[in-house]
Ligand binder design. Structure first.
Ligand SMILES: [Zn+2]
Length: 164
């Protein structure tokens, strides 16, 4: 069974129960049901389903471990055969984070991003260079270069693809 999506981009918004795949698809649940879904790979606790989403021909079930609260996505084929289990990162609010991504698929104006998030990953000089670059101003190439190396980390933490 082949399923084509970028497994590193799975995100889930708890408040509005939207699954975000490939950064540009927001998938609302077609069902919300609590079922036992297997065993947590981290702690051995029981995984319980949370929401069910249609994805391509597949069913993606968002599960939460009853013990350690880890969220996982379990993918099933159309015959409900198990395809795979994937980690999923939580985003606070899909209507903010993901809808931006639906529109642009990336963030090129970092002033839309809270400073506290930027400061968690980048140095003040790197942030300065990113702001200058996004405004078309002069910037120190070395700082931007250093910042760019951290973009994957920033995406991992906060779900923004930076394109600066
Ligand atoms: Zn667990």
């Amino acid at each position: 069974m082949n399923v084509s999506f970028d497994k590193s981009t799975l995100r889930y918004s708890l408040p509005n129960k939207l699954l975000c795949i490939d950064d540009n698809r927001l998938i609302p649940p077609f069902e919300e049901e609590v079922n036992e879904m297997g065993v947590c790979s981290e702690c051995g606790g029981l995984l319980y389903s949370f929401t069910y989403h249609n994805f391509q021909d597949y069913k993606a079930v968002v599960c939460r471990c009853g013990d350690c609260s880890l969220l996982r996505i379990i993918l099933f084929d159309p015959a409900w055969e198990w395809v795979g289990e994937y980690p999923v990162s939580i985003i606070e609010n899909a209507s903010q984070d993901c809808t931006n991504l639906v529109e642009s698929n990336s963030i090129s104006d970092i002033e839309n991003i809270a400073a506290i998030k930027l400061e968690a990953v980048f140095s003040s000089r790197e942030i300065e260079a990113m702001i200058q670059k996004s405004k078309g101003e002069k910037y120190v190439r070395q700082y931007l270069y250093n910042a760019r190396k951290k973009y994957p980390r920033f995406n991992e933490l906060f779900g923004y693809y930076l394109e600066i």
